[in-house]
Write a protein that binds this ligand. Structure first.
Ligand SMILES: Cc1cc2nc3c(=O)[nH]c(=O)nc-3n(C[C@H](O)[C@H](O)[C@H](O)COP(=O)(O)OP(=O)(O)OC[C@H]3O[C@@H](n4cnc5c(N)ncnc54)[C@H](O)[C@@H]3O)c2cc1C
Length: 276
């Protein structure tokens, strides 16, 4: 049962409190997840809202987003609507409802790390997660999940999105606007002239967390984005994505969706006419 509610005023104080309490303590961002699934073994909530982490700012190379910024804060930040073809903005508009986005924080979302449209998109734009585990650390978002960190023992402090000439697109297939995705895809590329120099195709809600598909991505590199390369990469995405069945969709259907949505993302980046 929850008996105590603390509001530390710094990152280090939040981390020390979390470490002292061990499994009896839990950080709170927007509380949207904790309110629905209150953990049985937790007696103390550690609210991060006074820890100075609600900010979004840009310098010449990055957008820096503090962990207690809400999804609405990000949605309303102009650079999220212009960099990487505005993909972060496009994706956030499709996350749950406006009321939910007003409360949910980016730090809570990243720490939770499941059922996510946000994580695949941040992977596709080559973002970096910042966290504090006694030291301030930063890791590429792909490694943040691959490393299997114990995310309930650290304080996620923010995320950093590179500001370069990258282009990106996001597609989500869900039964209704407010449903979680049956599958989503996010694609980011960097080009020099016509030639693709970097590509990352990510498929999420497989139904597990977003997964980059290196084989499909590498097919795009070193050549212009053409109908042929788009078709080939989409087929390889279909053949290499790791999917399974759950009540929202069968593995077979998800595999088909992966091909279609990756093709639509790539076609959008190539400037071809595509379905929404
Ligand atoms: C009804 C509903 C619909 C949803 N629909 C979508 C959707 O369409 N697309 C999508 O992508 N997502 C969706 N989500 C997921 C949602 O976006 C996340 O639940 C939300 O972002 C979590 O953020 P929060 O700040 O409320 O987390 P909280 O509930 O505060 O915390 C979640 C977890 O993270 C921990 N935590 C919080 N902040 C930090 C921190 N800074 N550092 C370390 N740990 C921390 C908490 O201890 C807890 O374990 C949905 C969720 C719900 C409930």
């Amino acid at each position: 049962m929850i008996t105590d509610y603390l509001r530390p005023t710094s990152i280090s104080e939040a981390f020390e409190t979390l470490t002292e309490l061990g499994p009896a303590g839990r950080l709170v961002g927007g509380g949207t997840e904790l309110a629905i699934h209150p953990p049985a073994d937790v007696s103390t909530l550690i609210d991060l809202s006074a820890a100075g982490l609600r900010f979004i700012e840009a310098d010449e190379t990055f957008i820096h987003v503090g962990a207690t910024s809400t999804l609405t804060d990000m949605l309303e930040y102009a650079r999220c609507a212009t960099s990487w073809s505005g993909v972060v903005h496009t994706m956030l508009r499709q996350v749950a409802s406006p009321l939910h986005r007003n409360a949910a924080t980016i730090g809570g979302h990243l720490a939770r790390g499941r059922l996510s449209d946000v994580v695949p998109t941040l992977m596709a734009v080559d973002a970096t997660v910042l966290f504090f585990d006694g030291e301030h650390r930063s890791v590429p978002i792909v490694d943040f999940y691959a490393d299997n960190l114990k995310r309930n023992t650290i304080v996620v402090t923010g995320v950093r999105i590179p500001l370069d000439d990258g282009e990106a697109a996001f597609r989500k297939f869900a039964r209704t606007t407010y449903d979680l995705a049956t599958l989503n895809t996010a694609v980011g590329i960097r080009r020099t002239g016509e030639e693709v120099t970097w590509a990352r195709i990510v498929v999420g809600e497989r139904p597990t967390l977003g997964m980059p598909l290196p084989e499909a991505s590498e097919l795009l590199v070193g050549k212009p984005l053409t109908s042929d390369s788009i078709a080939r990469a989409s087929q390889v995405a279909r053949d290499t994505v790791d999917v399974r069945s759950d009540p929202r969709g069968s593995a077979e259907y998800r595999r088909h969706l992966a091909e279609v949505l990756v093709r639509r993302c790539l076609s959008e980046i190539a400037g071809e006419e595509v379905f929404a």
